[in-house]
Design a binder for this molecule. Structure first.
Ligand code: PEP
Ligand code: MN
Length: 346
């Protein structure tokens, strides 16, 4: 409370808080009074405490999100992706490798990329049928035909599929074809879309908005969780900074920060962070070392003809190096191979 707050001002705050079911603890100092509030933070929200006479400032100590917070959830969660008999874990005990083309272009290209991913050790296939492009003139993805290709390639390879959904009207059809729904960086704060994927009954891969704070990202996850879907995996994919050498700056510290405040698994996308293939392996190694629960990487059988993000797609030497890193490094930081855990769970 401000130094000139009256007894009535203090009593008003206390009664407003008690009226919404909270408790208020008044501590009187020599010049100032501090009131500590305990209870459901969401109900304090509507009180507009800052507007009351005598209130100098309001500081929140607890997290603004609840369902995704560790404050109300002991331990960290594991999300299982795939149809029964095909499920792969993403969580604290394992390291999961997801790979595939940026975009689904043809049945042959998608199958080839999936086979490259699988032989490099990946256990979940990525690939976009709906591409959220910065330019309306760029390749927008095959849409429904792309979903069918992904479903066919899943049947041929046995790899569960994650694919992006960019429009709430497509959520149902994407959920029918894919095992996990991806929300891309450009839609992280599209709250109607978040609610729609929350209702879809499939795990969600929620990428961090390129200009979103960690708190905003977790609030976006809370929108999905609020619909009763806690099968959410977060993905750090780089944020915009002043540095032009990389497409985005991979915020490696976000991984332990998120893990300290949320129980949700968090993986890293070094391909979309860097935008260049020579940085993908070093960044993937960093992700493993910092404690990420997995990495998701672009691969393409002929990056030079790729319709989307060719410069960051791995092939040949880099892919072999990546395969080695994801096989050797996770055990060093106490992680099991997600593929082996998946097989022994069947
Ligand atoms: C993608 O993964 O295909 C993609 C478009 O990524 P982002 O949303 O992180 O840019
Ligand atoms: Mn891409």
């Amino acid at each position: 409370m401000s130094a000139d707050a009256t007894e009535r001002d203090v009593a008003r705050v206390v009664s407003r808080v008690e009226n919404v079911g909270g408790a208020a603890f008044v501590s009187k100092g020599v010049t100032r009074t501090i009131i500590g509030l305990v209870g459901d933070v969401t109900s304090f929200h509507h009180l507009n405490l800052r507007t009351l006479p005598g209130v100098a400032d309001v500081h929140r100590i607890s997290d603004p999100y609840k369902l995704v917070s560790r404050q109300h959830h002991a331990g960290r969660s594991t999300v299982w992706v795939g149809q029964p008999g095909q499920q792969v874990p993403i969580g604290p005990d394992t390291f999961t490798f997801l790979a595939g083309p940026c975009a689904v272009e043809t049945p042959e290209q998608t199958l080839e990329a999936a086979q490259m991913a699988k032989s490099a050790g990946a256990t979940i296939l990525r690939g976009g049928a709906y591409k959220p492009r910065t330019s309306p003139y760029a390749f927008q993805g095959l849409g429904r035909a792309g979903l069918e290709i992904l479903a066919d390639v899943r049947a041929l390879t046995g790899l569960p599929v994650v694919t992006e959904v960019v429009d709430a009207r497509d959520v149902e059809i994407v959920a029918q074809h894919a095992d996990m729904l991806q929300i891309g960086t450009r839609n992280m704060a599209n709250f109607g879309l978040l609610q729609a994927v929350g209702d879809a009954g499939k795990p969600v891969l929620l990428k961090r908005g390129m200009t979103a704070t960690i708190e905003e990202w977790l609030m976006a996850a809370e929108y999905i969780a609020q619909r009763g879907n806690l099968e959410i995996v977060l993905c750090e994919r780089g944020i915009r900074t002043f540095e032009p050498a990389t497409r985005n700056t991979l915020d490696i510290s976000a991984i332990p920060v998120v893990q300290a405040s949320s129980h949700l698994p968090v993986i890293v996308d070094p391909s979309h962070a860097a935008g260049r293939k020579d940085l993908v392996v070093p960044l993937a190694r960093a992700a493993i070392a910092v404690g990420a629960d997995g990495v998701i990487v672009d691969v393409h059988p002929s990056p030079e003809t790729a319709l989307c993000d060719g410069p960051q797609a791995l092939l040949g030497t880099e892919l072999r190096e990546l395969a080695q890193a994801v096989r050797r490094l996770p055990p060093v930081v106490g992680r099991l191979d997600a593929g082996e855990v998946a097989r022994s769970a069947r």
